[in-house]
Design a protein around this ligand. Structure first.
Ligand code: FSO
Ligand code: SF4
Length: 548
């Protein structure tokens, strides 16, 4: 059985995974995920049409977002779980179809024209084998025969996947938005519309970047309303002697519920990877058993988790194949799935808590402390000081060195770059790429730390707010600021943030370690011509170019 996927930075040979995913996705799972995309397009087509008649369904709107999130890299590898989600997808599509047809009839007094082919007409197979066969017939390349249009369609689809992950987190915090739902449907339906041309799709991709800013803002508001503005906070690394649960992913609400349920139980809670910034939120740091952060970025989990003898739970990506040594104490939650790992739903964490209590104590091995919590509120709170420092020449340049980490050796570039940034420059960072350099000592400039951890990948919103405030203070555009974007990407959330930056008109971004395999030569040229985006080169040359 073969497969084809090139949605993440790991795409095999820089072109696409065809035998098995570098992420661990096998052809069966790849086909089920392709079928999920096909089914979601069918759902979107009907939801888009129903909206024209003022009809919508919150259940279907949210399912579409969860379904897209499911297809993000390193989220769901469980064929049985995926088959269940496909059944739900089909049911939702049929329900929205019925909703549309009745809204149409009510308005026009006649039956809606039937859609007899494409994803809207999909009828679900009744067993796993059939689902896999259906998925194989609707793979990535089947979406368009023109390589440039296919490239633009993939840019939109991966953008929608990334945005769905953020929209899902925002929903969990009570934030939804009608314009966002409508865009998901319109954009996904448009990818099946043969009458659309390349520039139509380029326009939709830019709109995706725009809407993603709104979604990240909703998520930011949700975080702040629930947990307060992040404040600069020292985070303990390593472990201490006690029972422990390690929480990986991005979801703060899930962490909060677990913190509540473990209070007074003799269990310490540790963050992993992108959960690190949780320590900066007043509403979470108030729990004294939120002890510290264990391990580095996601790609080191199989090497590091055997050294964490407690229970481990993933609430979002990036999960990898678990080693046997910790598989029996690994739990998944939300859209995450791994065959054989116990999946928890809702906010009942008894099983993971009981597992932690059964496990041996963690070793008494505390490490150093690092700083997090420099969201836009904290940074703009000292804006006067920062602006003064720039005016006085004490701060010459800002670098946003952010994005995802990954396994490739070329990612050492980011460590080297951060180390070589001159002492009179400030580094803003976010997402899991920071684990490459966040334990290094950068010092400060007149009390302003030289390394400011803005937060998770979605806190790109905060970074944009900081950049906009600086631009306002200096009465110039973002591109005129002494600010360079040195970005690393891995999966679709980083991709949609890139679309947001392009929508904001940010130019001269350096992206790496490799450029996306789904950019056709012409589409890449378009991005170079319009945004002067470029692949990272050598740290020295890129640094020199930024400071020139
Ligand atoms: Fe990293 Fe994974 Fe946050 Fe991504 S943990 S790679 S861009 O999921 O979302 O930064
Ligand atoms: Fe390959 Fe990335 Fe697709 Fe996994 S998600 S199959 S690593 S391109």
């Amino acid at each position: 059985m073969s497969m084809f996927c090139r949605q993440c930075e790991q795409a095999a040979k820089g072109t696409g995974c065809e035998v098995v995913g570098v992420c661990g996705k096998n052809p069966e799972v790849a086909a089920l995920l392709d079928l999920m995309m096909y089914g979601l397009k069918g759902l979107a087509i009907y939801a888009d049409k129903a909206r024209e008649f003022g009809a919508s369904s919150m259940v279907a709107d949210m399912f579409l977002i969860e379904g897209l999130f499911t297809t993000v890299t390193n989220v769901d590898f469980d064929p049985v779980q995926l088959a269940g989600k496909l059944r739900k997808c089909y049911d939702q599509k049929e329900q929205v179809k019925a909703m549309y047809e009745s809204a149409y009839r009510a308005k026009n007094g006649a039956a809606a024209p039937a859609i007899t082919d494409g994803p809207a007409a999909w009828v679900i197979a009744d067993n796993l084998e059939g689902l896999v066969a259906q998925g194989q017939a609707h793979g990535v390349k089947s979406q368009h025969s023109d390589p440039d249009i296919l490239s633009a369609i993939e840019i939109i689809i991966y953008g929608l996947k990334g945005m769905a992950a953020y929209a899902n987190h925002a929903y969990i915090l009570g934030k939804t938005d009608e314009e966002v739902f409508a865009f998901f449907h319109k954009a996904l339906a448009a990818t099946t519309d043969a009458s659309k041309g390349l520039m139509d799709f380029v326009g939709i991709a830019m709109e995706c970047g725009k809407l993603n800013i709104k979604v990240m803002e909703m998520l930011n508001t949700g975080h702040v309303e629930h947990y307060g503005h992040p404040v600069p906070t020292k985070v303990q690394l390593g472990t201490r002697k006690n029972k422990g649960i390690l929480v990986s992913g991005h979801d703060l609400r899930m962490l909060e519920e677990l913190l509540k349920q473990t209070e007074g139980k003799g269990i310490d809670i540790y963050t992993h990877g992108e959960m690190l910034p949780a320590h900066g939120y007043p509403g979470l740091k108030k729990y004294s058993h939120l002890y510290g952060n264990f391990g580095g970025a996601w790609q080191d989990q199989a090497k590091e988790f055997p050294n964490f003898p407690g229970a481990i739970i993933f609430n979002t990506n990036c999960i990898q194949r678990p080693a046997d040594s910790y598989k029996d104490r690994l739990f998944t939650w939300g859209e995450v799935g791994w065959p054989g790992a116990k999946h928890l739903t809702g906010y009942k964490f008894d099983e993971v808590i009981n597992k932690a209590l059964e496990c041996p104590d963690l070793p008494d091995a505390p490490g150093q402390e690092i700083l997090t919590g420099f969201g836009h509120n904290a940074v703009l709170g000292v804006a006067d000081k920062v602006i003064e420092a720039v005016k006085a020449g004490a701060v010459k340049h800002f670098f946003l060195i952010g994005g995802c980490d990954g396994a490739k050796s070329g990612r050492n570039y980011y460590t080297e770059f951060a180390e070589k940034v001159p002492k009179d420059c400030v580094i803003l960072t976010l997402a899991c790429g920071k684990f490459r350099f966040n334990k290094l000592e950068f010092g400060d400039i007149g009390g302003i730390p030289r390394l400011l951890d803005v937060g998770q990948c979605n806190d790109a919103y905060s970074a944009v707010q900081i950049a906009l405030a600086l631009a306002g203070a200096f009465n110039c555009g973002i591109n005129d600021l002494p600010l360079s974007f040195i970005l690393s990407w891995y999966e679709q959330k980083a991709h949609v943030i890139l679309l947001s930056l392009l929508y904001l008109g940010v130019k001269n971004i350096k992206l790496g370690p490799a450029l996306p395999a789904y950019l056709s030569p012409n589409v890449l040229q378009f991005l170079v011509d319009n945004f002067n985006i470029g692949q990272i080169g050598s740290a020295d040359a890129d640094l020199q170019a930024s400071l020139a």
